[in-house]
Each structure stands twice: as structure tokens, then as C-alpha cells.
Design a protein around this ligand. Structure first.
Ligand code: TYD
Length: 206
């Protein structure tokens, strides 16, 4: 049986993760993988219910610690119910965001500290760290402008540009901290170029 592979896609809001996930799924299927796509916060009935609470734009009073714990709760359920079992079956799992989002958004942009947020999340993720993470890097302003054109903004997207700049910079710092796992890709490149860079990187791993 093939060994499972866990791939995560990260980046500021509006960095084009979903498009790249669809393209990567097709590629992995061609190489014989049974592919599961999931997203955070969400991916299970319980986690999607938690997502509704986290992203509700009326809940402006939510404290950073509450926010961190809710993301971790949604993650714990996703790992337990979906990601863990799929990896054990030898599938390829691609997740739209994972623990790095908490390290950057809650740890850095909200200021709770990367180490604190990681400690809390260890309980949620157990042994399941991604094999490889793609960081779609782009200026915060570009990402938010893209989002504004697509949909009504949620509680996180409605944060100040200063917050989103901290996120974009936080991801760059995190990539320096985990250079062997996080591959940074310039998300301002054309969709096809980004996709080829991701495929090249994955084929070298497989
Ligand atoms: P996402 O699903 O990417 O938003 P959208 O569907 O609008 O593209 O993510 C939801 C938001 O939650 C996004 O602003 C990033 C944020 N987030 C955190 O702050 N911490 C986390 O741990 C995760 C997973 C997401």
C-alpha cells in the first residue's frame, strides 16, 4: 500500500489556494493517489459548525484566546475524523490551511506567540504534521482586493490592512523557521506557472 502524504496550502487571504489545490489534486490522481481535499476551519460537520462561529462577522468581541481555541477545536475534530484515517489508508490529503495558519494569524498577527499556539495545537494534531507545505506568498493588499471582488468579507477578512500585513510577513518568517517543510511560491505569478512549481516540488518528494 502507498504511504499517505499530507500536503497543506497556506497563504494570506486571497492568495489563490483553492485554484492550486484543484490543480494539484488532478496531478496527484495521475500519479495513482486517492486524493482527499479538506479545508480549515471546517471539513467535518462539527468543524464546519465551529467555522460558522469563528467567522461570524457579528462576533467582533471574540478574544484572541477564544479564537485560537476554536480553531484548535475544529482542527482536533478534522484530524480525528478525516485526516488521520485517510493518511492511515495511504491516501494523499491536501488541506486548505492547517496549523501554520494558527501560528501566523493567532500566534503572530494576534500576538499570542508562536510557541504558545503550537503547544496548544499539539493536542489537536497529535502526530500529524504536514509532509510539505506550500506558502502562496503575496502582498496583503493584493489578496484582500481580490477577496473584495469575490464575496462578502468574513470576520477575519474585515480586519485592518495592518493585520493582514502582519499575516503576510508572519508567513515569510515561519517559512524561514521551517525551511525544509515550507516551500514559498510567488503567488503573483500566473496560475499555470504556480502550478508547475508546485508539481515540480511534489514530484521531487514522491
Ligand atoms: P479560509 O477558509 O481560507 O477563508 P476563505 O474561505 O474566505 O478563503 O480561512 C478562514 C479564515 O480563518 C482566514 O481569514 C484565515 C483564518 N484562520 C486563522 O486565523 N487561523 C487558523 O488556524 C485557520 C485555519 C484560519
Amino acid at each position: 500500500m502507498k504511504k499517505g502524504i499530507f500536503i497543506t496550502m497556506e497563504g494570506p487571504d486571497g492568495s489563490g489556494k483553492s485554484t492550486q489545490i484543484d490543480l494539484l489534486k488532478k496531478y496527484l490522481e495521475e500519479t495513482g493517489y486517492d486524493v482527499l481535499i479538506t479545508r480549515e476551519p471546517g471539513g467535518t460537520t462539527i468543524s464546519e459548525a465551529i467555522r460558522e462561529i469563528i467567522l461570524n462577522k457579528d462576533f467582533t468581541a471574540m478574544s484572541p484566546v477564544t479564537e485560537m481555541l476554536l480553531y484548535a477545536s475544529a482542527r482536533a475534530q478534522l484530524i480525528n475524523e478525516v485526516v488521520g484515517p485517510a493518511l492511515e489508508e495511504g491516501r494523499a490529503v491536501i488541506s486548505d490551511r492547517f496549523v501554520d495558519s494558527s501560528l501566523v494569524y493567532q500566534g503572530m498577527a494576534r500576538g499570542l506567540g508562536v510557541d504558545t499556539v503550537y503547544e496548544v495545537n499539539k493536542l489537536a494534531i497529535g502526530k500529524y504534521m504536514p509532509d510539505v507545505t506550500f506558502l502562496l506568498d503575496l502582498p496583503a493588499q493584493v489578496g484582500i482586493s481580490r477577496k473584495k471582488g469575490q464575496k462578502e468579507l468574513d470576520r477575519m477578512e474585515l480586519e485592518s490592512i495592518d493585520f493582514h500585513e502582519k499575516v503576510a510577513e508572519g508567513y515569510r518568517e515561519l517559512a524561514k523557521r521551517f525551511p525544509e517543510r515550507i516551500r514559498t511560491i510567488d503567488a503573483t505569478l500566473p496560475v499555470e506557472s504556480i502550478s508547475s512549481l508546485i508539481k515540480d516540488s511534489i514530484s521531487a518528494i514522491l
